[in-house]
Ligand binder design. Structure first.
Ligand code: FES
Length: 525
C-alpha cells in the first residue's frame, strides 16, 4: 500500500470525475492465496468500505475484495449530497408502505448522515464537509401539485420543512420544498480515511480481485477469478449490482439508469444550498471547491442505461442549463454515473434470500448512495454482529409490496423483452473501416450484429454485441466509450471487459483481420 493520499495538482480533465482525479488513493495487491476471515466484503464503494471499517473496528478479521480499484464505481461518480431529501419519495412511501415505514426510511438516512458527521469529527477528516439546505423545486403546475403532496407527507412524518414559492437561483419555479441542515462533502477524502483505518485495525484489502461465485453449503466461500477462495462466517455483497444473485432474481427487480454531471466555473456566484428539480429532465446543483475556487456541479439527464441518445448531447444539455442559470465561464470536469432502483424505490439490504442467513447484499440506492449506502453498511454490520436493527424489515430484499412492485416488475420486464427482440432486429450497414478515430458503432456482417470502436490511434476493437448476461444487444456509449446493455444495465469496455454487472463474462472479441476478410467476402453488410 502506498500511504500518500495527497491531492493531485492537475486540472482540468474531461470525462473524469473530479472526486477520483483530486485524490491519490492507496493501492492494494491482488489476492494471490486462499484466506479465512470472519467477514469477507465484496465491493470497494461507500457501503463495502464503511462496513469493513465498522466490523474491523469491532475486532473482526475482515477482507475487502474489489474487482477494479477502490472507489472507482458509483461512489467516485456521485454528486455527494448527504441528505434524506430523495427527490419525490415520502408521499409515495406512505401510500405504498404506510407511515411508520416511510418515517423509518427518513430516520435511516438521517442516522446515516449523523454517522458520517460523527465519523468526520472522531477521525478529524478534512473532506470539504458543509451543512447545506436541500431544495426540491417544481417549474410546472403538475409537479407543483406533487410537491404540495410531498410537503403534506413531510408534515405527516414530522419532517421539518418549508414550502416556498421562489429559490435563490435564476429559475422560475412554481414552488420549492426545503429540508434544512442536510450536507455535502468530498466523498473520496472521507472514504480514504476509512480505508486507512481498516488497515490500521488489521483488515485486508485486495484490488483487481473479481469475486465470481459463492459456495454456501459448508462454510460460506467466495471464489475469485484468479482461482483463490476466501472462507468466512459472513459474505457481504456490496458490489453495486450483487455479484452473486443466488435465487434472488435481482436483475428482474432493479432498473439501471445513467446520469451526467459537469463541474463548471460560473459567472454568477452560487447562493449556497443543494438543489434538485422535481420535474423532468432532472437538474441538480451544488457547489464544490476545486483548487481553492468555488465551482458548481450541475447534474441530471438521467435515462435507462443503454437507452440514451448520443451521450455527448447529455453533457451539452447540462451546459445549456448551467449557462442559462449561472453563466458558464468554463467546464473543468464531466462524468457520468450508474444507479440502480428497486421496484419500490427502497434499497435491498439484508439476507440475499430468506434461507441464506450468512450471505448479505446491499443494492438499489436510487441516486442517493451517500446516505442509503451508509445506512446499508450500518444495517449489515448489525446483522453480522447479531444486533437488533429496526430497519431490517423495511430493507429486507425478500419483501414484496404488490403496489407498486408488481406494476414496476411488469413494466421493467416488458421493457427487457422489447429490447431483447428489438436489438436483434436492428442491423446497421456501417463499415468499421469508415469509422473516424475515437468513434464506435454497431455494424452487421453476414447478418450478425457486431460492435466496432476505432481508438485514438486508429486501432479497431471488434466485439460481439450480444450481452453475456441473458443475451440482449448492447449499444455504443460514445461519452464513456463503453458498450451498454439496455436490459439490466451491464456495461463493457470497448475491448469487451465487464465494467458493471449483472453480466459476469466479457463480450466475445474478434480479431480485426478475420473480420476484415469476412467484410471483403460479403456482398453486402
Ligand atoms: Fe441483462 Fe444485458 S444486462 S441482458
Amino acid at each position: 500500500m502506498t500511504d500518500n493520499n495527497r491531492t493531485k495538482e492537475k486540472l482540468p480533465d474531461y470525462t473524469t470525475s473530479y472526486w477520483t482525479k483530486s485524490i491519490t488513493l492507496p493501492e492494494f495487491p491482488k489476492l494471490e492465496k486462499d484466506i479465512h476471515v470472519d467477514a469477507v466484503i465484496v465491493g470497494g464503494g461507500i457501503t463495502g468500505i464503511t462496513a469493513a471499517y465498522l466490523l474491523a473496528n469491532k475486532g473482526l478479521k475482515v477482507a475487502l475484495l474489489e474487482a477494479d480499484k477502490l472507489l472507482n464505481g458509483t461512489s467516485g461518480h456521485t454528486t455527494a449530497k448527504i441528505t434524506a431529501q430523495h427527490h419525490l419519495i415520502y408521499d409515495e412511501l406512505i401510500t405504498n408502505m404506510g407511515k411508520s415505514k416511510a418515517r423509518l426510511y427518513y430516520e435511516a438516512n438521517m442516522t446515516a448522515m449523523n454517522f458520517i458527521i460523527k465519523t468526520i469529527d472522531q477521525l478529524q477528516i478534512e473532506c470539504d464537509f458543509s451543512k447545506q439546505d436541500a431544495w426540491l423545486y417544481a417549474t410546472t403546475e403538475d409537479y407543483a401539485i406533487k410537491l404540495e403532496q410531498e410537503a403534506k407527507a413531510y408534515e405527516a412524518l414530522g419532517i421539518k420543512s418549508s414550502l416556498v414559492d421562489e429559490i435563490p437561483l435564476d429559475i422560475k419555479v412554481k414552488n420549492a420544498l426545503i429540508m434544512k441542515n442536510q450536507a455535502q462533502f468530498h466523498p473520496l477524502k472521507y472514504l480514504t480515511t476509512l480505508v486507512n483505518q481498516i488497515i490500521k485495525e488489521g483488515g485486508q484489502i485486495f484490488e483487481q480481485t473479481t469475486a465470481v461465485d459463492v459456495e454456501t453449503r459448508n462454510q460460506p466461500t467466495v471464489f475469485t477469478r484468479g482461482d483463490f477462495h476466501v472462507t468466512a462466517d459472513y459474505i457481504l455483497a456490496c458490489t453495486h449490482f450483487p455479484f452473486y444473485e443466488g435465487l434472488g432474481l435481482y436483475s428482474t427487480r432493479m432498473k439501471a439508469d445513467r446520469s451526467y454531471i459537469i463541474a463548471a466555473k460560473t459567472n454568477s456566484k452560487f447562493p449556497g444550498g443543494m438543489y434538485i428539480s422535481a420535474d423532468q429532465p432532472t437538474r441538480s446543483l451544488r457547489s464544490v471547491m476545486i483548487n481553492g475556487e468555488e465551482m458548481v456541479l450541475i447534474g441530471g439527464e438521467s435515462h435507462k442505461t443503454g437507452q440514451g441518445i448520443d451521450t455527448s448531447k447529455h453533457y451539452q444539455a447540462l451546459e445549456v442549463f448551467g449557462e442559462h442559470v449561472l453563466g458558464l465561464e468554463a467546464v473543468y470536469y464531466k462524468w457520468s454515473a450508474q444507479d440502480l432502483t428497486t421496484l419500490d424505490k427502497v434499497p435491498y439490504v439484508g439476507k440475499i434470500t430468506s434461507g441464506q442467513e450468512k450471505i448479505l447484499i446491499a443494492s438499489g440506492y436510487r441516486k442517493w448512495g451517500m446516505s442509503n449506502g451508509t445506512a446499508a453498511a450500518l444495517l449489515l454490520t448489525d446483522i453480522v454482529l447479531g444486533r437488533k436493527n429496526n430497519l431490517a424489515d423495511l430493507y429486507t430484499p425478500s419483501r414484496f409490496y404488490a403496489r407498486p412492485s408488481l406494476k414496476n416488475f411488469l413494466i421493467e420486464n416488458a421493457n427487457v423483452a422489447e429490447h431483447l427482440i428489438k436489438g436483434k432486429l436492428q442491423l446497421c450497414n456501417k463499415d468499421p473501416n469508415t469509422l473516424a478515430n475515437d468513434e464506435g458503432s454497431v455494424f452487421s456482417i453476414k447478418g450478425e450484429r457486431k460492435g466496432a470502436y476505432k481508438d485514438k490511434n486508429g486501432k479497431l476493437h471488434i466485439v460481439d454485441t450480444t450481452c453475456t448476461h441473458i443475451g440482449c444487444e448492447v449499444e455504443w456509449n460514445s461519452g464513456e466509450r463503453s458498450w451498454d446493455c439496455p436490459c439490466h444495465g451491464s456495461r463493457f469496455s470497448y475491448t469487451g471487459e465487464v465494467l458493471e454487472g449483472p453480466a459476469e463474462k466479457p463480450l466475445q472479441k474478434y480479431d480485426y483481420k478475420m473480420i476484415d476478410n469476412l467484410i471483403s467476402d460479403d456482398s453486402g453488410y
